[in-house]
Design a protein around this ligand. Structure first.
Ligand code: NOJ
Length: 755
């Protein structure tokens, strides 16, 4: 058999050598490896290094014209991939040059940051995670991939799967929050949505799992900053979503910008060679982050381009994004014996493999069909779904006295909608910096349904009188801006205050040193709050914010996140009760910045604090250690009661399935969805274990007055953990199992794991 394959390879190679101008796509072989080998055999060193070079496009330069020098570089085989190109025609031109004007006709691969939708903008990823609905997460990615692929993109730099406990970090909005279990489920769903079942289909993209690894733990929540952690923490908290994404078939990975325990991630053999390609046996291609090969020099871990090239390639990174380091240094690294030809070939093979898998050799214009583009972008159905996704992502934090929903015939007649985000038309508000698919210059705020636009008619149709008062919050604002809000509040029976962050303040390089409602917005609340009118605070945020005054004084608080195009409609659906809120926080909301990092799955310490002020315990003199809102928290217009929690036995052997069930009753007046969450605590392991670890969840719909029994099954794997010898194992001994609607308010039982 092996012999036959060898003969076949030789035949193909012969055909190529004698044949026409060597298009690998013209080989008849079905097997990608064979086709890659045949093509590789024809490539010069320069052409190989060209395949490892990825060059940025119009987003970074601000122009959407394919520049001559780009075309010249493509023509001379110096570019294997492009990123951030928005202009469709330019992509056609560039692809045509690549396949018909280069010696080998190797197609380009176009990469793009498709972070929460491409042309139709969905809620930010953190909000998607707050839905705890993997069907929603997957479908968002499916639609995003449909649109992006129809616009000529082949590869998205998503999902971002960085677990993070850092609300200061601007990129916390791009991940799934602080928990590795939830993060893993979200990572799988996103890969499924992006890649579908067939990478070669014209409506799927290759996924790129990022940022490998540790980026979410950068010191001080500062982008690009140092990460230092034990291997135990790395394996337990950081790596699981990466592993889950790899197992789900993700085609590519991206290096992180940070150092991990002193070694820049792009040249980190431990991460790439030992774990990713070694332990996990993952076969895909690794791309750097933007110039992260070059930045190894700035980190102080490489002397020059040659050294950086050698170190990054040696570690197992393949493609150089936007840095040109390989272009400048890789050839000399080979000549000086710092890397081998075989190593370069391996990297090139991975790039070519991806291009074959995407079907680009079979039809380089597969993703560049103008007709499909016209038919696909911004379909009305996508918007309908964006509305549902946004509504299901919102998290109701407070609803004293059942102030919400606002229904017909309520005692409130006049509603004032106030605040800087009542009707904002700028700053990519209600979205984020990561809406690059809309283009930078073509950005059109009319695509977003703003809160006032949807709320006013929805509330008026129910008989309310509605006024809208925007409040200016830039440096130029004066007291007059506040007096408008005060007057509107005076006139009203109820106030909806739309507050939060600017859309442009969410994303990369958007870290903050204060978590307070930005630009003094708590003042808006406290001024209007003193007028004794009921206030519903709606927060448009991309990270946990601090709003303790509001928590103490405002009866209703809704976290809307940055909901995307359908912001206003989704908000109206939730505030009027058309949609019963069901989101739950995927991150802890602290009471104050000083508590950060604050996360639910912490260790107990030897002196846990029960209440503030208790001396000789682990706490602060001036603050409690408990959060404002815990992980997993979120209210509904229904009330869910948990009862009758049962384990099938008090003791289980290692290989036995542990079955635990609970009855959830909706004692409210309306049907609602509840995220039933299961946590464990290992009481007597060989090392100290977190006070709670999420190990399962189920989102269920329960009719008013009805009950559902929810059953979870746990195996030895669920009770296992990474120890300090990098072993994943379960220890016999005592465990607790908790079930509840958030990580704090739970029912619990004990069981024992025996040999
Ligand atoms: C840098 C970011 O860290 C990464 O996530 C992104 O994909 C690239 N730039 C490309 O825009």
């Amino acid at each position: 058999m092996t012999n036959k394959i060898a003969q076949f390879v030789a035949l193909v190679a012969l055909f190529i050598q004698c044949g026409t101008s060597v298009y690998a796509q013209k080989t008849s072989a079905k097997n990608i490896d064979t086709r890659v080998a045949a093509l590789l055999a024809k490539m010069t060193l320069e052409e190989k290094i060209g395949q490892l070079n990825q060059v940025p496009g119009d987003i970074s330069t601000g122009t959407d014209v394919a520049k001559d020098d780009l075309l010249t570089q493509i023509r001379s085989g110096k570019i294997g991939s492009l990123l951030s190109h928005t202009n469709f025609q330019n992509k056609i031109t560039m692809q045509r040059v690549a396949v018909s004007e280069t010696r080998l006709g190797i197609p380009l691969i176009f990469g793009f940051d498709v972070i929460h939708g491409y042309k139709t903008i969905f809620p930010i990823p953190l909000a998607q995670a707050a839905s705890w609905d993997m069907g929603i997460v997957e479908k968002i990615e499916r639609i995003a991939a449909e649109e992006a692929s129809a616009d000529g993109q082949n590869w998205t730099f998503a999902p971002m799967v960085d677990v993070s406990r850092e609300p200061r970090w601007g990129r916390v909005m791009e991940g799934a929050g602080e928990d590795p279990f939830l993060g893993s489920r979200v990572a799988e769903a996103r890969v499924r949505g992006i890649q579908g079942n067939d990478l070669a289909a014209n409506n799927t993209l290759a996924a790129c799992v990022k940022h490998y690894a540790g980026y979410g733990f950068s010191e001080g929540g500062r982008d690009y900053n140092t990460v230092d952690m034990s291997e135990q923490r790395l394996r337990e908290m950081v790596l699981p979503p990466f592993k889950a994404a790899a197992d789900a078939g993700a085609a590519t990975f991206m290096n992180a910008f940070n150092t991990l325990n002193g070694v820049p991630a792009s040249m980190n053999k431990f991460l790439l060679e030992n774990i990713l390609r070694g332990e996990w046996m993952w076969k895909g291609m690794v791309v750097s982050d933007w110039n992260s090969f070059g930045e190894t020099i700035v980190h102080g871990a490489a002397a020059d381009d040659v050294d950086a090239s050698a170190k990054c390639l040696n570690a197992g990174s393949d493609m150089d994004m936007a840095g040109g380091t390989f272009q400048r240094g890789l050839k000399r690294a080979l000549e000086s014996g710092r890397v081998t030809q075989a190593q370069i070939d391996e990297a090139v093979k991975r790039v070519l493999h991806l291009k074959f898998a995407l079907g680009l050799f079979d039809d380089p214009f597969r993703y560049l069909d103008p007709k499909r583009r016209n038919e696909t972008l911004e379909k009305p159905d996508y918007r309908t779904f964006a509305r549902e996704a946004a509504a299901k992502s919102m998290v109701l934090l407070k609803n004293d006295g059942g102030l919400l929903p606002l229904t017909e015939g309520s005692r409130f007649k006049k509603i004032a909608i106030i605040g800087p985000y009542a009707d904002s038309k700028g700053n990519k508000d209600y979205m984020s910096f990561w809406t690059l698919g809309l283009g930078m210059r073509e950005y059109d705020s009319t695509k977003v349904v703003r809160p006032a636009q949807a709320l006013k008619p929805a509330l008026e149709a129910m008989g309310y009188q509605v006024t809208i008062t925007e409040i200016c919050i830039d440096a130029m604002c004066t007291e007059k801006d506040y007096s408008a809000a005060i007057n509107a509040t005076r006139e009203a029976d109820l106030v909806i205050a739309c507050l939060g962050e600017r859309g442009l303040d969410c994303g990369e390089s958007r870290c903050v040193s204060s978590l307070n409602l930005p630009r003094d917005q708590e003042r808006i609340l406290s001024i209007t709050g003193r007028l004794n009118k009921p206030i519903v605070a709606v927060l448009f945020n991309s990270r946990p914010l601090v709003f303790d005054w509001a928590t103490q004084n405002i009866p209703a608080i809704l976290v809307a996140w940055q909901p995307g195009f359908e912001t206003g409609n989704a908000l109206a659906d939730v505030l009027t009760g058309k949609v019963n809120p069901s989101g739950k926080l995927p991150v802890t909301f602290p009471k104050n910045l000083g508590q950060v990092p604050l996360y639910y799955n912490h260790l107990n310490t030897g002196r846990p604090q029960q209440q503030q002020g208790q001396m000789w315990t682990s706490g602060y003199l001036d603050s409690p250690v408990t959060p404002a809102y815990p992980f997993g928290f979120g209210l509904s217009y229904s009330q869910f009661n948990y009862s009758n929690m049962k384990l099938t036995k008090p003791q289980y052997k290692m290989n036995e399935t542990i079955e635990v069930s609970i009855t959830v009753t909706n004692s409210g007046k309306v049907a609602g969805e509840e995220v039933v969450q299961l946590y464990i605590r290992d009481i007597s392991a060989d090392i100290a274990r977190p006070v709670k670890e999420l190990k399962g969840f189920e989102k269920i719909n329960i009719g008013a007055g009805e009950s559902r029994v929810v059953t979870f099954r746990l195996t030895e794997k669920d009770l296992s953990y990474w120890n300090n010898e990098a072993k994943f194992k379960a220890d016999p001994g005592k465990f607790k199992v908790f079930i509840g609607g958030n990580s704090r308010d739970v029912n619990e039982l004990d069981f024992e794991l025996i040999k």
